[in-house]
Design a protein around this ligand. Structure first.
Ligand code: 5AD
Ligand code: SF4
Length: 484
């Protein structure tokens, strides 16, 4: 990665109304062209990575729907295929290259098919160059910063021009765009973009730029809109939500924002991610404890239990400081459901360091962890650090950690057996259409049957909060039946 792709200045630019109007003109133009076709064109959008990326995809799908595309889950028969990529780990990148390779034959059979790649991977110069030279069947490539220009990019591609819009700019914030979300009850609302933390292993600050907060007014207006559309739960998104507002003239803090979001009538549950342990304020803990709509759930990535590794990761806290924060959270919200992220095999990690991580897991007893084997990212400081452990040792440690955590997760879930939980119903279970699925306030998945025999059909339950008696548990989910 060269300096060109790194945007350390971080001035916050807001896309002007005139610029957005220009993009809306492109949408109308494409709509008029596509309307001349006999059939409705289909667009397939596949998303990799985090919630922020799925939120971006919802904007892309919103723009595509406005242009007249039907959004499809089937790649076969799609007129437009777009991959919204993730750069956090290598395996997601390899999958994208594999999928792009497989599209070559489809494009030969159907030269009018438009193929696009966007998202975090495209903010890395070496990746964009590879696509330019080796994947010539790809028609459009654009990075996260060019998202609002998607209509213009697609307009060019439809005219059979190959488009590359990967200039690194200032990561402008834009509003006033259609969003095509999944059906209610859950809505994702981004509150900020980018990250200032530069953890030594992480590519996010390079590909997403510096922290930029949306204005509280824009966020609240979006919350109001989703409530009016029938959504019941909002997930507020940001790489580090605790530093929300630091760049805003109003200085609205995250805990202040949360209090305002809680006033949205019709919204019953509010979650947020991700919190950085170094910025988790007392104010936030207090708001979480006192606002009934804020779910008793916290995702607090620790990454490692070793102070030496935490320092080399540039995380900005020690194990002791992390534990002190957690103690405060647990004192204020005793039934909090805790999850974390762990990286195994950071270059300088020894077996002793890894044992420190195991001891943290045993000490905290998280409900669930998201664990990753370290993946070297070009341009990050950790990529230059020499490895201490072999790949085999790293994988062995990873497997051991999963074993330890699975036992803890199962044990934590067992404490729910026999209890009655308030479950927000999300839909029919994927594996059994006589069963409903939803989540507890703490975010645990519950599959359950309805024992009451009133006039409601199963789908009428979606979006409602029902009392469910937990009858059995597994490591990853709970099972139950409705309480009358
Ligand atoms: N290798 C492995 N895991 C990583 N993460 C971020 N960068 C890397 C990397 N280079 C993990 C961190 C982060 C989560 C979203 O992804 O645990 O919290
Ligand atoms: Fe990456 Fe660290 Fe920022 Fe999270 S806080 S996105 S791990 S740099």
């Amino acid at each position: 990665m060269t300096d060109k792709t790194i945007n350390k200045a971080g001035s916050v630019r807001r896309v002007t109304e005139a610029e957005m109007a220009e993009q809306r003109d492109y949408i109308s133009r494409i709509r008029a062209i596509l309307a001349q076709r006999n059939d409705k064109p289909k667009a397939f959008v596949e998303t990799y990575g985090c919630q922020q990326n799925s939120s971006d995809s919802e904007k892309i799908k919103g723009m595509l729907s406005d242009m007249g595309y039907e959004i499809t889950d089937e790649i076969d028969g799609a007129d437009l295929v777009l991959y919204n990529t993730c750069a956090v780990r290598e395996n997601a990148e390899l999958r994208v290259f594999g999928n792009l390779g497989a599209l070559k034959h489809k494009k030969r059979r159907n030269p009018d098919m438009i193929i696009g790649v966007c998202g975090c991977m495209m903010q890395q110069e070496h990746i964009a160059n590879t696509i330019k030279t080796k994947y010539k069947h790809v028609d459009m490539v654009f990075g996260t910063h060019a998202l609002y220009r998607f209509p213009q990019i697609l307009d060019e591609a439809l005219k059979h021009t190959r488009v590359f819009d990967i200039e690194n700019e200032d990561g402008a914030i834009f509003e006033e765009i259609s969003v095509k979300r999944d059906a209610p009850p859950l809505a994702k609302v981004p509150i900020m973009y980018g990250c200032n933390n530069f953890c030594s292993y992480c590519v996010v600050p390079y590909v997403r730029g510096r922290e930029r907060s949306r204005s509280a007014e824009d966020i609240l207006a979006e919350c109001r809109r989703v409530a009016d559309e029938g959504y019941k739960e909002i997930m507020l998104l940001g790489q580090n939500v605790n530093s929300y507002g630091n760049d805003l003239p109003s200085g609205t803090s995250f805990s202040e924002l949360l209090k305002l979001v809680c006033r949205t009538e019709g919204i019953e549950r509010i979650r947020f991610m991700t919190s950085h342990p170094k910025d988790l304020s007392d104010d936030l803990i207090e708001v979480m404890a006192s606002e009934p709509k804020i779910c008793n759930q916290l995702h607090l990535p620790i990454q490692s239990g070793s102070n030496k590794v935490l320092k080399e990761m540039n995380r900005g806290y020690t194990r002791e400081q992390y534990m002190e924060r957690l103690k405060k959270v647990r004192r204020a919200i005793p039934d909090i459901v805790l999850t974390t992220d762990i990286i195994v095999g950071f270059p300088t990690e020894t077996n002793e360091d890894f044992n420190e991580t195991l001891s943290v897991l045993k000490e905290v007893e998280y409900d669930m962890i998201f664990s990753f084997i370290y993946s070297k990212r070009v341009g990050t400081p950790a990529a230059k650090m020499p490895d201490v452990l072999t790949d085999e040792e790293k994988h062995r440690n990873f497997d051991e950690m999963l074993k330890v955590q699975n036992e803890i997760s199962k044990r934590k879930n067992e404490t729910y057996a026999g209890t009655v939980q308030k479950v927000l119903v999300e839909g029919l279970s994927k594996t059994n259409d006589k069963t409903l699925t939803g989540r507890t306030e703490g975010g645990k998945v519950v599959n359950f049957s309805c024992s009451d025999n009133n006039d409601l059909s199963l789908s009428d339950y979606v979006g409602k909060i029902v009392d469910v008696k937990i009858t059995s548990v597994q490591t990853w989910s709970l099972f139950g039946e409705t309480e009358n």
